[in-house]
Design a protein around this ligand. Structure first.
Ligand code: AHR
Length: 604
C-alpha cells in the first residue's frame, strides 16, 4: 500500500481529542492513584466493619461508634490495654491487600483520644516475614477530652513484595488497664508533585506519560449512586479530610472521598489536562428526581459552580479559598449526568437536561455543556447550540473495527464526545477482559476513525483508567497494579493511548492511497512542518506500506505489535512500543506493519 500525504488542506483537528475517564472503581482511587495507603482508615460507609485491622500484642481492638472522631468520621478504633500490660500493644492496618513499601520517606498521621503520655511506635513490617522496613517513634501527649491529630514522617527501606502492614503500638505499661481510641489513620508515600493529600507518585507518573488532554470525572456510574442519597455529593468531598464522611459507592465498596473535587482539579492542573466535570442530573439506580423536585438539586449544582468559580466574596467561593485554592478553577466542560438513556432515565432526561442546562448556561455561558447520551429520543428535540453529545462504546474487536467510519457522514454541526470506550472481549484468552493486542489494535482503528473526524469528535476518553488487580469488578482498564511495588502494568491499550495522545497534529491532512481501508487503517495530521501518520494493521499478516510525505527528510517510527492474543501481565510486560529512526528517501518511508500492529510515524 502506498499512502501519499498531502502537505496542505484538510480539517482542523480537536486539540482535546485524546483524554481519559476516571471513576472510583476497582480501588482505582482509594488504594490506587490517591496516595493514602491504609484501608478503612476512617471506618466510612457501612460495609467494611473491621476490614484491614488486626491487634498487635496482647490487646483487644474494636470499632467504637460511641467515640466518633468528628461529625463525619463516626467511628474510631478502641484499643483496650490489659491490666497486666508491660509491652508495646496496638494495632495493624493491612492496607489494600497489602502495602507497597519502598525506599521512601513516608508521612503518617492519626487522631487519638485517651490519657496517654509517652511513645507511639510506627512500623512498616512484612506480614509473613516479620521483616521491619521502618521503625519510628514519636512522643505524644493525649487527653481524654477530645481527639487530637498527630503527624509524623519517617524513612523506610524497600520490601520486595506487597505483603506488608502498618503498625501503631503504644507503651502498654503506661496505659495498662485503660483504653485509647485512634481514628482517621493515614500513610502516604511521596505524592505526585509533592501535593498534600496528593496522588501516589509512581501510579500518577505512569499516567502523566500518556499526555492525555483531558480527564472526565468523577463518573461514570459512580456519580449516580445506588440510591439518591448515596450519589456523589461534591460538598462532602471538600475541606479537611476528617470532615468528609465518604459514601457507599456504586462499585461495591465505600469511597473515602479523600480524592475529592479539589483533588481532582489539582490532578488536572498538575498533569495539564482539561477537566470535564460531571454533575448529578437526577438519576440514581434507586430512583429519578425530576420536575420541580429537581429544583433543590439544580440549586446544589449552582452552589458547586459558585464553589468552583466564585470570588472570595461569595459564600461558596470563600469556602474554596479556605480549602486552599485562591483563584477560581478553570473548567470549560461540564457534563449533565451519566448515561441517562439507560436504567430508566430516558423519558425524564430531556426536561432534567434542560433545567440544568438553563441554570448553568445563564450564569456561565462559556462553559460547554455535555449531554450524557446520544439517544435522540432521550434528548430535548432541539439541542441548544454548542452542546456536545456523549457516546459510550464498549465493544468486541471486530465490532469496533466495523465502527471505523461511524462519524464519516454525521452532520458537521453536532459535536460529539466519546466519553467512554474500550474493547471488552468476552472471550479474551487473558481473562477479565484485560487488554490484548487484537483488542488494542481495534481501539486504534476506532481512534483513527475519530481523529479523521475530529472536526466533530471533540473529545474521546479511554475508560476506565486503572484497576487494583486484587479488587476487580470492571475490566479492562488502561493500567493496573497491586500492592507490590513492581506490579504496575501498562496494558497494550495504555501504549496505544500514549502513542496516539503524544503524537497529534492540529490539522487532519488528506491522504491518497493505493488501497481501501482494511485491514490497514491510517490518518495523517500535522502541526507546522511536523507530520504524524498513525497506522493500524488489523490482520494476522504483515503489510508493507510506503508512506510518502513530500519535502520531509527523516522520520521516527514507533510500533506496538504482538501476537493476536498477547497482552501485558503483572510482572511480565512483554508488549512495548519499539522506536526506530527512518531516513526519508525523497520523503518516502518504508514501513513493515507487523501483524496486529499499531504505529505512529513522525516525519519532519
Ligand atoms: O466505566 C465503567 C462503566 O461503564 C461506567 O461507570 C459507566 O458509565 C459505563 O456503563
Amino acid at each position: 500500500v502506498t499512502l501519499t500525504v498531502a502537505r496542505e488542506g484538510g480539517n482542523k483537528s480537536s486539540p482535546l481529542l485524546f483524554g481519559v475517564m476516571f471513576e472510583e472503581m476497582d480501588h482505582s482511587g482509594d488504594g490506587g492513584i490517591h496516595g493514602q495507603l491504609l484501608q478503612n482508615n476512617g471506618f466510612q460507609g457501612t460495609s467494611l466493619g473491621m476490614t484491614s485491622y488486626a491487634p498487635v500484642g496482647n490487646t483487644e481492638i474494636s470499632q467504637d461508634t460511641l467515640n466518633p472522631v468528628s461529625d463525619a468520621i463516626t467511628s474510631s478504633l478502641k484499643v483496650s490495654v490489659p491490666d497486666n500490660a508491660t509491652e508495646y500493644v496496638g494495632f495493624a492496618n493491612t492496607g489494600y491487600m497489602g502495602i507497597p513499601v519502598m525506599n521512601h520517606t513516608y508521612k503518617s498521621s492519626f487522631w487519638m483520644n485517651g490519657k496517654y503520655s509517652g511513645t507511639i511506635n510506627l512500623k512498616l513490617i512484612g506480614s509473613q516475614s516479620g521483616i521491619v522496613y521502618a521503625d519510628h517513634n514519636l512522643t505524644v501527649e493525649s487527653t481524654d477530652s477530645a481527639f487530637k491529630q498527630f503527624k509524623t514522617s519517617f524513612n523506610s527501606s524497600a520490601s520486595p513484595n506487597g505483603d506488608n502492614e502498618w503498625h501503631l503500638t503504644l507503651d502498654g505499661s503506661k496505659a495498662a488497664g485503660s483504653s485509647l481510641n485512634f481514628g482517621y489513620i493515614q500513610l502516604f508515600p511521596p505524592t505526585y508533585q509533592d501535593r498534600e493529600n496528593g496522588l501516589r507518585d509512581d501510579l500518577a507518573t505512569v499516567l502523566s506519560r500518556v499526555n492525555s488532554t483531558f480527564l472526565r470525572f468523577p463518573g461514570g456510574n459512580n456519580i449516580e449512586g445506588l440510591e439518591i442519597d448515596t450519589r456523589w455529593k461534591w460538598n462532602t468531598t471538600i475541606g479537611p479530610l476528617v470532615d468528609r464522611p465518604g459514601r457507599e459507592s456504586d462499585w461495591f465498596y465505600p469511597n473515602t472521598d479523600a480524592l475529592g473535587l479539589d483533588e481532582y482539579l489539582w490532578w488536572c492542573e498538575d498533569m495539564k489536562m482539561a477537566p470535564l466535570l460531571a454533575v448529578w442530573a437526577g438519576k440514581s439506580y434507586g430512583g429519578i428526581v425530576s420536575g420541580s423536585d429537581l429544583d433543590p438539586f439544580v440549586e446544589d449544582i449552582m452552589n458547586e459552580m459558585e464553589y468552583l468559580f466564585g470570588s472570595e466574596e461569595t459564600q461558596y467561593g470563600k469556602m474554596r479559598v479556605q480549602n486552599g485554592r485562591k483563584e477560581p478553577w478553570k473548567i470549560d466542560y461540564v457534563e449533565i449526568g451519566n448515561e441517562d438513556d439507560l436504567t430508566g432515565g430516558c423519558d425524564t432526561y430531556p426536561d432534567r437536561f434542560t433545567q440544568i442546562y438553563n441554570a448553568i448556561h445563564d450564569k456561565y455561558p462559556n462553559i460547554a455543556l455535555v449531554a450524557s447520551n446520544g439517544n435522540y429520543s432521550c434528548l430535548p428535540p432541539a439541542l441548544p447550540e454548542n452542546v456536545i453529545i456523549d457516546l459510550h462504546l464498549y465493544r468486541q474487536p471486530d465490532d469496533f473495527v466495523a465502527l471505523f467510519n461511524q462519524f464519516d457522514n454525521q452532520p458537521r454541526n453536532q459535536s460529539v464526545m466519546v466519553g467512554e470506550y474500550g474493547c471488552r472481549n468476552t472471550s479474551s484468552a487473558l481473562g477479565d477482559y484485560w487488554s490484548f493486542m487484537q483488542g488494542s489494535c481495534s481501539e486504534a482503528v476506532y481512534m483513527i476513525g475519530m481523529e479523521r473526524n475530529s472536526d466533530i469528535v471533540q473529545m474521546a476518553a479511554y475508560a476506565p483508567l486503572l484497576e487494583h488487580f486484587g479488587f476487580i469488578s470492571w475490566s479492562p482498564t488502561m493500567y493496573g497494579f497491586n500492592s507490590s511495588p513492581e506490579s504496575i502494568t501498562p496494558s497494550t491499550s495504555y501504549y496505544v493511548q500514549k502513542m496516539f495522545s503524544s503524537n497529534k497534529g492540529n490539522t487532519v491532512l488528506p491522504v491518497n492511497s493505493t488501497a481501501d481501508f482494511g485491514p490497514l487503517y491510517w490518518v495523517a495530521t500535522k502541526t507546522d512542518s511536523k507530520y504524524y501518520v498513525k497506522l493500524a494493521n488489523y490482520a494476522s499478516d504483515e503489510q508493507n506500506v510506503t508512506v510518502s510525505i513530500p519535502k520531509t527528510e527523516s522520520g521516527r517510527l514507533e510500533m506496538l505489535s504482538g501476537s493476536q492474543n498477547e497482552g501485558n501481565q503483572p510482572y511480565n510486560v512483554t508488549v512495548l512500543p519499539v522506536t526506530t529512526k527512518l531516513k526519508g528517501d525523497h520523503g518516502n518511508y518504508s514501513v513493515t506493519m507487523a501483524p496486529w500492529a499499531v504505529a505512529v510515524l513522525v516525519a519532519m
